[in-house]
Design a protein around this ligand. Structure first.
Ligand code: ATP
Length: 370
């Protein structure tokens, strides 16, 4: 069997920001692999470094960002030949010409940040195709119409003449997705793509991304702090805390066999995990650490009811649970005391399993595409 190679492979990425009071260590050594045709979710509380990690992939970090270390290898075909480049070594011009919008595209939370209010939808859709794919205006127009149709926009010919403000929020995000897909990227990065939309529209946009991902077979990195969303879309999950990935695994590892107490906390505090509205939810005590200070030991220790003495002294390495599941917690050290996840979480996971089974049996879609 042919060896599977990741489309994107991030190693030891560390990014900090220069602030007037010192350095903020926003991303502190992140590894991540994304394979063709698979969806990798990044989850974690606000400020855990999700956005900074993916913005670094695109080379769009803030001017005060400093890349302290790391490599981001990206594999793609160029002129029929396979290429592997370290995105961190490419110039701005090369990123613009060879990668951005062409081979890696991004969908942000607020569609208005990606759309130009002064340009028609048609022009915004065709620009990238003309620049990257060298299509004639007529061919680009034709493909733009097809793309709008694919993302579920009716009367595409008419819509092409509209300006962004003439569309609803949900429609605007569909247009952004169409633009992102217009040059057939190998990797699509979605940073909270549904958060700014109202709940019913959120489900539809999510279903759209899911359908397109399946249909086109592209790799997707999906950032969210909603684990309910992750359960529906992800093949792999990276749980981030204070600038690090603290647990990584297949979706079933993270949802059915979580090992890091932070993941336990996240799963216990997610309201839409099981859909039981009456359930009383857990809140992870305290706040994430201030990354302007040096972190000693495990950054989660002070909030962790299961912390061991060593957690306050030494940072835990990644312990392997199986070949695709790892977690950075001293609880997995062979000498650590046996600690189990909280009973209430165990019950939630059992309920989630039952729901998954029911969902699989009925093949029920949650939300529809239209
Ligand atoms: N330009 C900047 N200057 C200083 N600090 C920054 C800058 N950009 C981000 N940060 C800090 O970096 C850390 C990580 O931010 P990031 O946006 O990646 O978090 P996140 O996990 O994506 O959170 P959210 O879910 O709220 O988007 C935060 O502490 C944030 O305040």
């Amino acid at each position: 069997m042919e060896k599977r190679e990741p489309v994107l492979s991030m190693r030891d990425l560390a990014v900090s920001f220069q602030a007037s009071f010192g350095k903020i260590r926003a991303v502190r050594g992140v590894n991540m692999d994304v394979y063709p045709g698979e969806t990798v979710a990044i989850v974690g509380e606000s400020g855990s470094g999700k956005s900074v990690s993916v913005k670094t992939i695109m080379g769009i970090t803030a001017p005060n960002a400093v890349i302290e270390s790391g490599t981001i290898k990206f594999r793609f075909k160029e002129n029929g030949k396979e290429q592997v480049v370290d995105l961190l070594k490419l110039s701005k011009k090369e990123m613009q010409h060879r990668i951005k919008g062409k081979r890696i595209a991004m969908v942000f939370q607020d569609p208005m940040t990606s759309l130009d209010p002064t340009m028609t939808i048609g022009r915004q859709l065709t620009e990238g195709m003309r620049y990257h794919l060298h299509l004639s205006q007529a061919d680009a127009d034709k493909r733009a119409e097809e793309l709008l149709e694919m993302v579920g926009i009716e009367s595409p010919k008419e819509r092409m003449k509209n300006y962004p403000h003439q569309l609803s929020g949900g429609m605007r995000q569909r247009v952004v997705i169409a633009i992102a897909l217009s040059c057939n990227p190998d990797l699509l990065i979605c940073d909270e793509p549904t958060t700014a939309l109202d709940v019913t529209i959120q489900a539809r946009i999510l279903q759209l991304i899911l359908n397109l991902q399946k249909k086109l077979g592209i790799a997707v990195i999906f950032i969210t702090h909603n684990l309910g969303v992750v359960a529906k879309i992800a093949d792999y999950v990276n749980v981030m805390y204070a600038g690090k990935v603290v647990e990584t695994g297949k979706a079933e590892d993270i949802f059915f066999d979580p090992r890091h107490p932070y993941t336990w906390g996240l799963l216990s505090s997610m309201p839409d995990l099981t859909g039981d509205k009456k359930e009383r939810l857990y809140t992870i005590p305290g706040n994430p650490p201030n990354l302007a200070n040096e972190v000693k030991g495990d950054a989660f220790a002070v909030r962790n009811p299961y912390a061991l003495n060593i957690d306050f002294e030494e940072e835990p390495p990644m312990f392997e649970i199986n070949e695709h599941h790892q977690a950075a917690t001293w609880l997995l050290h062979p000498d650590a005391p046996k600690v189990e996840m909280p009973q209430t979480l165990k019950k939630r996971i059992e309920q989630l399993r039952r729901e998954e089974k029911r969902y699989a049996e009925t093949e029920g879609a949650y939300g529809t595409d239209e």
